[in-house]
Design a protein around this ligand. Structure first.
Ligand SMILES: [Zn+2]
Length: 136
């Protein structure tokens, strides 16, 4: 039986569903799938400039596991840039630290404070939204 992979904590999902190259009509049709935890690794290490140890603690994984996720993320982004491929974001093995929702009208992603009594999109006020947390 394959070893069950532990879920990696992600503070916030990526605020986009993907990236598309432009200026190249011959771009590959096969998108690169960037996992939520890979996006989080790039954000923590390269955007927030945290050490791999600090970032691994935030994501609830060991430092070597973080290094693997980070290396995989960079490899995928390099492939997308070099082969002009789209990037799409997928859950992978992530668990979000709050309940996150996506508005079906304006596509923004948001979480609601636990004391919220109004359930609507904070951006467009639409009440048409869905949970984006993977099944627990
Ligand atoms: Zn909205």
């Amino acid at each position: 039986m394959p070893r069950r992979r532990r879920l990696r904590k992600v503070v916030a999902p990526p605020s986009f569903r993907g990236y598309k190259p432009y200026g190249n009509k011959k771009s590959s049709k096969i998108p690169v799938e960037l996992y939520y935890e890979e996006y989080e690794a790039i954000k923590l290490a390269d955007y927030d400039s945290l050490s791999q140890l600090e970032a691994s603690k935030i994501m609830g994984v060991s430092r070597p596991t973080f290094a693997r996720i980070y290396a995989s993320a960079r490899q995928k982004i390099a492939i997308a840039l070099t082969e002009t491929r789209e990037i799409i974001t997928v859950y992978g093995h992530a668990v979000l630290d709050k309940d996150w929702y996506q508005c079906k009208k304006c596509h923004s992603k948001f979480s609601l404070p636990p004391q919220a009594d109004q359930f609507h999109c904070p951006l467009c006020q639409s009440e048409n939204f869905q949970s984006i947390n993977p099944e627990k």
